[in-house]
Write a protein of this length. Sequence first.
Length: 427
Amino acid sequence: MDKLVIEGGKPLSGTIVIQGAKNAALPIMAASILAEGTTTIDHVPHLLDIDVMLSILRELGCRTEHKGNTVVLDTESAHTPHVPETLMKQMRSSIFLMGPLLARFGEAKVYLPGGCAIGERKIDLHLDGLQALGATIEEVDNSIICRADKLRGADIHLSFPSVGATENIMMAAALAEGRTSISNAAREPEIQDLQNFLNAMGAKIMGAGTDTISIDGVSFLKPCRYRIIPDRIVTGTIMVAAAATRGQVTLLNTQPAHLTSLIHVLRRAGVQINIDGDIIKVGSAARPRAVERVVTAPYPAFPTDLQSQVMVLLTLADGMSVMKETIFEGRLKHVDELSRMGADIRVDMNAAFIRGVPRLYGATVEATDLRAGAALVIAGLAAKGKTIVEHIHHIDRGYESIETMLGRLGARISRYTPVSNNYYYAE
């Protein structure tokens, strides 16, 4: 497997343009199935998860192209609602195809999805929502088969504001007969982006970004052209990396309103942040301050997807910080890896007690999931000496050539490919 080799201790400096949001692109690509014809999606990053979704769409009969940062999807020739098990196990977001396939074909055959091992992520809410719209659910061997002669609007209450369930229900309900209401809906910006995309196709959806979404079903949707929002997690990752290395970085093509909770935490830690429209400037010349309590929770609260990255910053802070993870029980696996680098962290249940140290030290560490991998890269950038990050296929799922991106900011980082025994340095 590829590795990242990092020579730490150099502050990041420069300007970077933020990539499109993976977590917006994937459901929007799945939603393209709802309309027959050619849909064009701009600002789509080159990621492993995007490649898997494109492979699934081709298996369904679609014609696909990913050129530059534009994806072209011709869904007119889609002919099967059966998603291959081998592809579903590569990516959790493949579950987004249930709603669109059910709405278009009256059937969807899927398997339990794969993805990062960060804790239990059931699909009960997805299935309950589709059943409320009139689908029957059958488990056959390892597969889940959803069928519906006709989908009808319903009032659906989610016991937890699941992003995936909210999006799957939205996509299926867009072509259902009558009105669907989703209460306790997830409020993430990516859900707002999906609403805007579906409405550009001719759907009638309101309320995304609030806890109640209303969908008036229509008889058909048409293809369109659409641009994906910037990736708020990539934005946050770079902001934290700038602060941890005591650098000065300007980020272009951002949505600061999507990062209010992170900006609040970073400012409490003493990081200087200036915002001008879609431009964020981040700087830090001194040791960060400890932050007494950071708790992950559904949007707009502090995101679980930035917990591990901010923990790296707090390992270098002056004083004791506490981070509590309330979303995924398996999302503290990076603690052991950070401890190898000299971090002083004690875990009790779902809380991490972080006593800041003056410096981290390079080590060989393993990315256990996507965001943990990004956190270890940040730790390597801030550490003294050489850090080797292994299992970086996790990182490639969500960051477009992370070594190139950080190399543009002056990071000394390279990708090592064992097969060819070569290093590929960022340009």
